[in-house]
Write a protein that binds this ligand. Structure first.
Ligand code: SF4
Ligand code: SF4
Length: 341
């Protein structure tokens, strides 16, 4: 991380963002019918202020909830495939550090593990992340317990911090330096305001999980789970998907189909069902256990990072108050008890 910090006034930043929106797709937190989402904006005036975090994470910019992978055209005996790769430069403004970290978690699977995902890679290469530090942790945030921080600049290209009269600007990557080349700025000489932190949650070490695999805890906690999957859809790191082909209206004797990729989740009942109807995770407790083992054990073991950034969205979204921090606390306590025994 570079130590260079600049100051830019609020007005100058707004003008610069307006200019960016004319040449690239500018995506920022925007309120749509009362719901805050990362969405394209035409001008800085549309960008929300004073938010904790959008309801959905920045994941959907790189890995949309539904995406066409290719189209299939059949004319007589001829079949043609057309790959639908995304195009165009985009900038995401106002990315919270937990969401930027979520992108790093997705990189470990989609970019750093073979085969590389072409759609994700294309969007990742053409997107610059402008982070916005959180002045305070939200009620359900626990980023500091899983290695992050409200002002962590590690995963963005440029980090902004709100200061008196404007923003402190920290370019982090070459992409970030290039992006701010035309942002009129002066050196920032003050102190960056430290974020207000919440009490940490105990993070069980990776070896704490396998001994709890057969614990009755999973069936107990899942008793109220609705298998609704919203916890995965709001999560910046859940990345399971389903692929299906659907017929489209054709013309001139053609038959057309599209191959779609849609978000899926291991908490859903049908997720693990296989040919012949067998379901190795037919029981809710087994599915919920998989969700938490994936976050804190399987993913870290296989790809490196933990698959949780502590954003707290799944806590806010779960209709029956299943709270990931309670799960972490319970597993950490069980691990301590086993250590004492
Ligand atoms: S707190 Fe929940 S939604 Fe946020 S990264 Fe962790 S598992 Fe995903
Ligand atoms: S959001 Fe809650 S109820 Fe829905 S699948 Fe997740 S844990 Fe179960």
């Amino acid at each position: 991380m570079t130590a260079t910090v600049y100051f830019v006034s609020r007005e100058r930043l707004a003008g610069w963002l307006d200019g960016l929106a004319e040449t690239k797709t500018l995506i920022a937190p925007r309120e749509i019918e009362g719901v805050l989402l990362y969405r394209p904006v035409q001008s800085s005036a549309e960008i929300a202020r004073g938010y904790t975090r959008p309801v959905l994470s920045a994941k959907e910019v790189f890995f949309p909830s539904t995406e066409r992978l290719l189209t299939i055209e059949r004319t007589g005996q001829q079949i043609a495939l057309h790959e639908a790769l995304p195009e165009g430069e985009q900038v995401i403004f106002g990315v919270r550090p937990c969401d930027a970290r979520g992108v790093r978690v997705l990189d470990a699977l989609f970019l750093e593990t073979q085969p590389i995902d072409a759609h994700y890679a294309r969007r990742r290469a053409s997107t610059t992340l402008i982070g916005l530090a959180c002045p305070t942790m939200g009620d359900t945030c626990f980023c500091t317990s899983v290695g992050g921080a409200p002002d962590d600049a590690s995963d963005v290209d440029v980090m902004l911090t709100e200061v008196e009269g404007g923003y402190a600007v920290q370019p982090v990557t070459d992409h970030g330096w290039a992006l701010i080349a035309r942002l009129g700025r002066e050196e920032f000489t003050g102190e960056l305001p430290p974020p207000v932190l919440s009490e940490p949650v105990p993070l069980p070490p990776i070896e704490a999980w396998p001994p709890q695999f057969s614990s009755a805890f999973w069936q107990d906690i899942s008793e109220r789970c609705l298998s609704c999957r919203i916890c995965a859809y709001v999560c910046p790191t859940c990345r399971c998907f389903d692929v299906r082909d659907e017929a489209m209206p054709g013309g001139n004797g053609q038959r057309q189909f599209e191959r779609l990729r849609c978000w899926d989740s291991c908490t859903g009942e049908a997720y693990r069902r296989i040919a012949g109807g067998h379901n190795p995770r037919a029981v809710k407790g087994d599915r919920l256990r998989n969700r938490f083992f994936c976050k804190f054990h399987y993913y870290a073991q296989q790809y490196g990072p933990l698959a949780c950034t502590g954003c707290g969205r799944c806590i806010d979204a779960c209709p029956v108050n299943i709270d990931i921090t309670e799960v972490m606390t319970a597993i950490a306590a069980a691990h301590r008890t086993e250590g004492d025994a």
